[in-house]
Ligand binder design. Structure first.
Ligand SMILES: [Cu+2]
Length: 179
């Protein structure tokens, strides 16, 4: 009996470790149902959150990528409040799922990973930009045309949200300043 329980534990633990490994390797291929549920929950939480007076998102732009490949969104989050906040999630009517990602460099290789609770200190701002933090935009409802704007909402851990209009730019756009 004891042996059976132990064996069961090893199986569960083993598959969790395998899953984590598989997840790390697939990068953008997030087909898992758990992620879809999380995205849905945050979309609901964002729509009922109250618009913040101290947290703003500006300069938002989206790199237009042909579907079904995921696209990325970049912006500046500014916290003019007196407390540190954490960015928890983003949502947009134009995308079925948005995740917060961070690109890191290791041994000359660029790699993206999902990230949660990105802290923005009181009175400071954080730039989401190519090669760093970004919003990963998946499952486009339809591919937005270059030059159009897409609405995006951002949820913070204090229960407030910020809203931005993101300009859709050409796939080869490198910096927010180039048009
Ligand atoms: Cu990414």
């Amino acid at each position: 009996m004891k042996k059976k329980i132990l064996a069961g534990f090893i199986v569960v633990f083993g598959s969790a470790a395998l899953w984590t490994q598989a997840y790390a390797q697939t990068g953008h291929d997030h087909g898992a149902a758990g992620h879809a549920n999380t995205a849905q929950t945050s979309a609901q939480a964002i729509s009922s959150a109250k618009l913040s007076t101290s947290l703003t998102v500006t300069g938002c732009w989206i790199r237009s990528i042909p579907a079904p490949a995921p696209s990325a969104g970049y912006f500046v989050v500014k916290n003019s409040g007196n407390n540190e906040v954490k960015l928890q999630a983003a949502s947009s009517p134009a995308y079925g799922m948005i995740m917060l990602h961070q690109t890191t460099q290791k041994d000359g290789m660029s790699k993206m990973s999902e990230t949660h609770d990105i802290a923005i200190a009181a009175g400071s701002q954080l730039e989401f930009k190519p090669g760093g933090y970004h919003a990963m935009l998946e499952k486009p409802v339809k591919v937005p045309t270059i030059g159009s704007h897409v609405n995006m909402d951002f949820l913070f851990d204090n229960g407030e949200k910020a809203s931005a209009q993101c300009e859709v730019k050409a796939p080869n756009t490198k910096t927010p300043m180039s048009h």
